[in-house]
Ligand binder design. Structure first.
Ligand SMILES: [Zn+2]
Ligand SMILES: [Zn+2]
Length: 291
């Protein structure tokens, strides 16, 4: 099932053999999904208690950085300066910024302003002004463990329209996370998020998704934020992934910059917002790791 040998140690960290611990209950819990052809996570997607502790330490660094940014992300700061702060704080904590040189990404975090959906590249030319909304996305590697999170910041006086988008997007993330339950398909998350977006007349970005995280930057499962009735991967305790809805004030359609190959913008020019947490599936629900 998870390709755990019966005589191997159980995934839960009890130290007992799998056959003496979770083998039977796993079989019962997953029976329906196996019979109906849902993808079942591979063993390597289930983190051991030691690995979970490692990601939690990494998350402490990410959270401290974001908290500290609250003081600096104001009118007049450039996204290049934000990037420098993220780099300095990460290095001081003994960590590495995962985005730097990920593919050919040139900076240490993503800064996505207004109609930029995600993957905005920090630049000295992008200076924050009153009325802007910006997503800052930080991924820290500490001792080999990855924690990924992002927040929105509202600069000076923002429009009612922008404030509402930022708040509803946060609600989308939190309600999506509340849908995280063991032995349920991961598509539940997107179904909840899409309902909230629909009620507000917003578009849910389809081209980008949440992802497994912890031992790598991007890993299975794919976490879509839009509605689906397809058979999505079953969530099991010990899985870790991000929930990071990108919500557009207009339609879900996006463009990727031909110039830099990274910056994603809304096709209709409307505002876009995003919030992100790293989440662990527990035996009775979820735990937000990046709190
Ligand atoms: Zn992120
Ligand atoms: Zn992410």
């Amino acid at each position: 099932m998870f390709k755990i040998g019966r005589n191997d140690k159980c995934w839960c960290g009890c130290g007992k053999k799998y056959k003496a611990c979770h083998e039977r209950s796993d079989e019962e819990n997953l029976k329906f999904y196996v019979e109906n052809g849902y993808p079942i996570p591979d063993r390597h997607l289930i983190l051991t208690p030691e690995q979970i502790e490692g990601v939690k330490k990494s998350a402490k660094v990410s959270v401290a950085i974001m908290d500290e940014l609250d003081k600096f992300v104001k009118e007049g700061i450039s996204t290049e300066d934000i990037d420098k702060l993220v780099y300095e704080m990460t290095s001081e904590a003994g960590g590495i910024c995962a985005p730097y040189k990920y593919g050919d990404f040139p900076k240490h975090c993503c800064t996505s302003i207004n109609n930029v959906v995600c993957h905005g590249i920090p630049s000295k030319n992008d200076v924050l002004k009153s009325g802007d909304i910006i997503n800052i996305d930080v991924t820290t590697i500490l001792d080999g463990y990855y924690s990924d999170m992002s927040r929105m910041y509202m600069i000076g006086d923002v429009s009612e329209e922008a404030r509402k988008l930022v708040e509803v997007t946060k609600e989308c993330m939190l309600k999506g996370i509340e849908a995280v339950k063991p032995y349920r398909p991961i598509g539940d998350i997107g179904n909840v998020i899409n309902d909230i977006a629909d009620k507000n007349g917003y578009g849910v970005v389809r081209a980008l998704c949440g992802h497994g995280v912890g031992l790598k930057f991007h890993e299975d499962p794919i976490v879509n934020h839009f509605r689906t009735d397809s058979k999505t991967m079953v969530m099991v305790p010990g899985m870790m992934f991000t929930v990071e809805p990108m919500i557009n004030a207009g339609t879900w359609d996006c463009n990727v910059s031909k110039k830099d190959g990274w910056t994603v913008t809304t096709k209709d020019g409307s505002l876009s917002a995003q919030w992100e947490h790293t989440v662990l599936v527990t035996e009775d629900g979820y735990e937000i790791i990046t709190l």
